[in-house]
Design a protein around this ligand. Structure first.
Ligand code: UD1
Length: 384
């Protein structure tokens, strides 16, 4: 009798909890999953809240790595994950996205000669000064099953000679946004709490190292938000990194007088509710560009490039870098919420990406089980 396959999943950051929420429930129907939390994000608002709100099973293992430099963080993940992988002896390892937790998980899997599946494979900004770009490129080159959110991602992998393992499944974050969007509107009281009127505010986030670590760039980012605030007041949930950099630059106190209301980070349901009720999203996050698109809300992206090119091509997202004039123009020119419906659901897989990810993994584990004595010669996580 064939046993169920065993998958060890590595998560560690806020967006990865969202991604795992879309996949875990389906994966657990046909495989045994060990969910490992690296501890890269540890604050309640950045971690526990997501498990609770999205009904994600609690982690089976906590590595507790916490914050640190890239070397410290990645090193700690590898050191703590390797013995755990040996103990659990999974048939495959699953990683998500592009963070140091993704990188650590991918390296350990590869060195243990374990098949590796990467969700959100093939995303590229073509900007190697982003730590995320390096993490993606390494994770993809070590993965056998490259689960892609978009056609553009598949094309990127084909260009890099990695097309053989690529599979277009849709975007798992879209699954969660589509399921939890209406739930967030019912359950979240963020609009009442913050005394906000639907359609009369912008919601902003910023956390990219390239935007917030340099005081000059951080000042320009605040200029962008201040200019947007002339169109509609800006609500700005602060990522801890951004909060720390703003505090160090003495920039926290002047925000309110410039129309920017800084608040603590909010959970998934509050954020989803705020995005859906906003006039526009202003962000440097990848996930929020998609979530705005799915909610048919325009997005002004404070970056020079995006991995989510279809949001721009469809006319719902504009890349403005840190240029206040370009941001103001984008707010005027992009579609207004409440008008057209964006084609996002169709582009990102109609809310079925998580199911496809789980099916692709378990199907390949089934193939592996037919060759239990030749583990290294079996292309267990390859596309047919
Ligand atoms: C990380 C990812 C980024 C992802 C983001 C999602 C990397 C290289 N970056 O960035 O790709 O988009 O997560 O949010 O992996 N901190 C806290 N509490 C926490 C976590 C962090 O206060 O729970 C503070 C610490 O001061 C820490 C800083 O935030 O030094 C940055 O955290 P870190 O995990 O290094 O990267 P993020 O900026 O969150």
């Amino acid at each position: 009798m064939s046993r169920r396959g065993r998958v060890l999943t590595v998560v560690g950051n806020r967006p990865q909890f969202v991604k795992a929420a879309a996949v875990s429930q389906h994966l657990r129907e046909s495989a045994d999953e060990t969910l490992v939390h690296t501890g890269q994000h540890y604050d309640r608002e950045l971690s526990d809240v997501f498990f609770e709100e999205l009904a994600l099973p609690p982690p089976d293992q906590q590595l507790g790595v916490g914050s640190g430099s890239h070397a410290e963080q990645t090193g700690a993940i590898i050191t703590r994950l390797e013995p755990l992988v040996r103990e659990v002896a999974p048939d495959a390892v699953l990683v998500y996205g592009d963070t140091n937790s993704t990188l650590g998980g991918a390296l350990v899997a590869a060195k243990a000669h374990l098949p590796l599946a990467h969700v959100e494979a093939g995303m590229r900004s073509f900007n190697r000064s982003m730590p995320e770009e390096i993490n993606r490129v390494v994770a993809d080159s070590l993965s056998q099953l490259l689960l892609c959110s978009t056609e553009a991602a598949v094309a990127n992998l084909e260009r890099e000679g990695l097309g053989k393992g690529a599979l277009l499944v849709g975007d798992v974050m879209a699954d969660v946004a589509l399921t939890f969007g209406p739930i967030a509107e019912r359950r979240s009281d963020a609009l009442q709490r913050l005394r906000l009127e639907r359609g009369a505010f912008c919601i902003a986030t910023a956390h990219r190292a390239g935007n917030v670590d340099d005081p000059g760039r951080l000042r320009r980012l605040v200029e962008v938000l201040a200019r947007a605030a002339r169109v509609a007041p800006v609500i700005f949930p602060l990522h801890p990194r951004t909060q720390a950099r703003l505090a160090a630059a003495g920039g926290l106190d002047s925000l309110e007088e410039r129309g920017i209301t800084a608040i603590d980070p909010v959970g998934y349901l509050d954020m989803t509710c705020l995005v859906r009720a906003s006039r526009a999203v202003i962000t440097d996050s990848g996930g929020l560009q998609k979530e705005a698109f799915l909610a048919s809300v325009p997005c002004v992206t404070m970056r020079e490039e995006t991995e989510w090119v279809e949001t721009v091509e469809a006319g719902w997202n504009r890349l403005v870098g840190l240029d206040p004039d370009a941001a103001a123009a984008a707010l005027e020119e992009l579609p207004r919420p409440g008008g057209r419906v964006s084609p996002a659901a169709e582009i990102y897989g109609e809310g079925k990406a998580g199911e496809r990810v789980a099916a692709a993994i378990t199907e390949r584990l089934g193939r592996a089980a037919r060759h239990p004595f030749e583990p290294r010669s079996v292309p267990t996580l390859r596309r047919r």
